[in-house]
Design a protein around this ligand. Structure first.
Ligand code: RAM
Length: 362
């Protein structure tokens, strides 16, 4: 080879290497606050069945009328459609196990391929979900777990211990380390909220919080009106209440409205888990100094990817496997008590300074 040829080969190789490097560095970050929903894919589409029908992927949320659930279902739908499946989105009117059992029975009749469910009860769905799995349906829980025998794996939005502990850390800072606090939760059976509340109670045992008293855990059942009346009841029963933690998007928005209407922003602080779109007003008016959440669209999308990986046989859901989740990249399947789970990200903190960026996203 002449020197000139050698030089141009060298130059060509360098340019190619630079292009490849640039492509790699454009991967989206896999944080709970990620705005992108449809990048970093790479999983193959399932083949259509002989009769031309697509695989049916069902998602069951806790109940209808919850914008958080709707965002999660949007993410699931986009992922499944992109992967070539057909989507069925179902939720009962009320956040009960009975309502979900009826839906699951119907989905078994419809011969769906996979069911992703945000469970309304840890154990009550076991018989019907086992029936589904016995018929070859791939079952996974997402957002709110069902017990390990009722599912193949769980898709966890964020570390429950972190979610619980940061609520207490936040509230302690907001009220200067002393006073009465209350929790406004979803339903008394909700596995996700119950687990987060357990971690709040553990954190409260630390000596740093000796002057804080948790006076009550109230349940607004993720229904707006009930969450409003439960907030009003808390204010009435505990006139010295300093703060409310609502680890539910429905509850925190209802409490934000009550505290705003009663002009209580200087007396009772509010934090918890809220949708930026519903909470912007209450972060901006000072009712909630800050709060947390993750991106529900991304959680739904990841659940879609994981459901698809179970259906194609890419994973069985066993400990030690890893799975392509789309937005969050490749993640390990880790332990969760007797079962396994995929842990997606960290809760993200929203306050008056950054809420403007997020309120139109979810
Ligand atoms: C409500 C639901 C959901 C929970 C969020 C934070 O919308 O209870 O399950 O994850 O709040």
């Amino acid at each position: 080879m002449t020197n000139l040829k050698k030089m141009s080969m060298f130059f060509f190789t360098m340019v190619l290497a630079l292009i490849m490097l640039a492509a790699c560095s454009q991967e989206p970050p896999s944080s709970g606050g990620n705005k992108d929903t449809d990048e970093a894919k790479g999983t193959e589409k399932p083949e259509e069945k002989d009769n031309g029908e697509k695989d049916k992927y069902a998602f069951i949320f806790k109940n209808t009328g919850n914008p958080y659930g709707e965002k999660m279902m949007d993410g699931f739908k986009d992922a499944i459609e992109e992967l070539g499946g057909e989507v069925i989105l179902r939720s009962p009117d009320q956040p009960t196990a009975e309502g979900q059992i009826q839906i699951i029975e119907q989905l078994i009749q419809q011969k769906v391929t996979a069911i992703a469910i945000a469970g309304n009860d840890n154990d009550a769905l076991e018989p019907v979900l086992k029936k589904a799995m016995n018929q070859g349906i791939k079952v996974l829980s997402v957002d709110s777990a069902v017990n390990a025998d009722s599912r193949i794996l769980h898709v966890n939005q964020a570390n429950p211990e972190r979610i619980g502990r940061i609520q207490i850390e936040a509230v302690a800072e907001m009220i200067g380390g002393a006073g009465e606090i209350a929790v406004l939760s979803a339903t008394s059976q909700a596995t996700n909220q119950n687990l987060w509340i357990e971690w709040m109670q553990k954190e409260l045992e630390e000596p740093a919080y000796k002057d804080i008293t948790l006076v009550k855990v109230a349940y607004g059942d993720d229904l707006r009106d009930k969450s409003v009346s439960e907030t009003e009841a808390l204010l009435k029963s505990y006139p010295d209440l300093k703060a409310i933690i609502a680890p539910t998007t429905v509850g925190i928005a209802a409490a934000g409205k009550v505290l705003t209407d009663k002009n209580l922003q200087d007396k009772v602080k509010l934090t918890g888990l809220g949708l930026p779109s519903e909470m912007a007003t209450y972060l901006e008016n000072g009712v909630s100094p800050w709060m947390y959440l993750w991106n529900p669209i991304d959680v739904g999308s990841a659940a879609g990817y994981i459901a698809h990986a179970l259906v194609t046989g890419d994973i069985t859901g066993a400990l030690g496997e890893s799975v392509e989740t789309g937005v969050f990249g490749e993640l390990d399947i880790v332990e969760d008590g007797d079962g396994t789970q995929v842990m997606l990200g960290d809760p993200y903190k929203f306050d008056a300074d950054n809420i403007g960026e997020w309120k139109d996203v979810y």
